[in-house]
Design a protein around this ligand. Sequence first.
Ligand SMILES: [Zn+2]
Length: 202
Amino acid sequence: MIQVFRGSSRDPVRSESGTVATGYLIGGFAIDAPEGVRYPNSPLILLTHAHCDHICGLANHNLPYACSEFSAKAITQPMEQATLCTHLGFQPPRRPPQEILKDGQTLQGEGFSLEVIATPGHCKGALCFYVPEQKAMFSGDTVFGAGALPSVSLPTSNPQELLSSYEKLSGYEIEKIYPGHGTPFPGKDYIRRLIPILQEFI
Ligand SMILES: [Zn+2]
């Protein structure tokens, strides 16, 4: 039911720097708009955050998207420090979202629901999406696999906020995590185990 779409770039610098993101399709929703990804059947794209490697696909199609209020500002103004677009050689799409997503809001799909969870820390306005029917967490750059921490030294990062976000996410029953880069991995108790790693880092 969840399809994985690996982004791709013709730019060898971006391909090698790990800034090519992963997208997902679940029912009528897609998670993020990575470079080189074409989703079938015109889903509504839900953005985990406004960093350019997660939004740059918006410039290549006219699919509607939804995101946090801060991400909407970052994309439409645009705010370089929040998108890092120019830094990585992209143009921000500038078109506004169809919908602003709020913490705790639930989106209804066919036979499943998606809960919107505000998870600032890696960057301002970051969101995760939880599907209780599948115990699936779409984590964007908030959670990576193999015990790795996301960058918390970017212009809108805040390590203390990331810690609060991890504590919040630890309250969810998660079977699988679908990260913004790389491939999905088993997620049971995974985020709880990241907390001491992050505390040590802070
Ligand atoms: Zn990011």
